[in-house]
Design a protein around this ligand. Sequence first.
Ligand code: RP5
Length: 175
Amino acid sequence: MTLTEQKTPLVGIVMGSDSDLEKMAEAAKVLEDFEVPFEITISSAHRSPERTLAWTEKIKAAGGQVIIAGAGRAAHLAGVIAAHTTLPVIGVPVDGGPLNGVDALYATVQMPPGIPVGTMAIGSGGARNAGIYAVQILALQYPELEAKLQAYKTKMSDGVAEKAARLQEVGYQNY
Ligand code: RP5
């Protein structure tokens, strides 16, 4: 099946609270740009543990292949989901709260041996990378994503060259 024929979510994005949405929307934006079907929801490892388990099972049953989980503070969401599924789980430590996401980083990255969570950087940059990483995993199965990933890298590289050229425009010499 090609990606365009795919009518069910390949990626599930979940976050612990609506206060995480501003950051986690970066992951959703990447998936939209790459035209990867995804589902996004809110569920908490602590406040709604049953809902979290039910959603984890539902995403896999619907054909989901990657889960992105973002949470802040004592962020156990990605780890709890990883405990309940064999799907790859990408964790995003969300900043917010008094420790600015360092608490969430440690909680997400320090998983016990046997239950991995692929942990991204703190905050919106990590959420964006989570989206790209999910696309890279899916590109192993959907070759059309490979070309889009190459185009994405080329665009980024061109952007760096443009920034460097602008240094000359404001008077810096390049010998
Ligand atoms: C975490 O606690 C959530 O992921 C969120 O980052 C944080 C605070 O949640 P709210 O009090 O804003 O709902 O579980």
